[in-house]
Design a protein around this ligand. Structure first.
Ligand code: AP5
Ligand code: MG
Length: 190
């Protein structure tokens, strides 16, 4: 079982590379952003709370995210090939909670894969997507806030995962297939 954290700034390609991993390896996938957008679409109380934070480019409080995580993970059953965590963890308390949740089940994070993309390119990708996706947070003002939140709250996880001994750096700028080949070479070493 290969549990993998796919990590990077907004627009770094976490969702894109997750889709390719799912197609090739049959992994399960938790994208906390997708979970929240779904809650918003269905008009649930969690969705109403989440919308406020997402539209401001801020993170949803850790307690809410951690609760969601265990229930989605358990919904995959016991025999899955591995789960891709996309957009989670985003803070050190979330990383600690993930570690504990997996340990309680006799599991672990086998690899954290950091997609490293320069800021200019992130902005370009997200503005481009904003023209087509209708994602309420893909506008210049909110993208800037998301990038600030990434630097202050999420990037410290790179050091955290280095200490855990599972950090892998990938150059996330360039051709999708070259990036995916680098992702696969990490997974195939596990
Ligand atoms: P989330 O949905 O996770 O968004 P994000 O981290 O901002 O990242 P994106 O989904 O925008 O980008 P991505 O890295 O998946 O890249 P993608 O493959 O789409 O979170 C949204 C919000 O929800 C957060 O701001 C927060 O409010 C809340 N939230 C979520 N999780 C949370 C948590 N754990 N705790 C608290 N709050 C949470 O690619 C981007 C674009 O680039 C696409 O158009 C794609 O086609 C293109 N692209 C991809 N790769 C390449 C390439 N190599 N070259 C050119 N273009 C490319
Ligand atoms: Mg995404």
């Amino acid at each position: 079982m290969k549990n993998v954290v796919i990590f990077g700034a907004p627009g770094s390609g976490k969702g894109t590379q997750s889709d390719k991993m799912i197609a090739k390896y049959g992994f399960e996938h938790i994208s906390t952003g997708d979970v929240l957008r779904n809650e918003i679409k269905n008009g649930t109380p969690l969705g109403t709370t989440a919308k406020d934070f997402i539209d401001k480019g801020q993170l949803i409080p850790d307690e809410l995210m951690i609760d969601i995580l265990a229930s989605v993970y358990d919904s995959f059953g016991k025999d899955h090939k591995g789960v891709i965590f996309d957009g989670f963890p985003r803070t050190i308390p979330q990383a600690e909670a993930l570690k504990k949740m997996l340990e309680e089940r006799g599991h672990k994070v086998a690899a954290m894969i950091e997609l490293d993309v320069p800021e200019e390119e992130l902005m370009k990708r997200l503005l481009l997507r904003g023209q087509q996706s209708g994602r309420s947070d893909d506008n210049e003002e909110t993208i800037k806030k998301r990038l600030n939140v990434y630097h202050s709250q999420t990037a410290p996880l790179i050091e955290w995962y280095k200490k855990e001994g599972v950090h892998n750096h990938i150059d996330g700028l360039g051709e999708l297939e070259r990036i995916f080949a680098d992702v696969c070479s990490v997974l195939e070493r596990l």
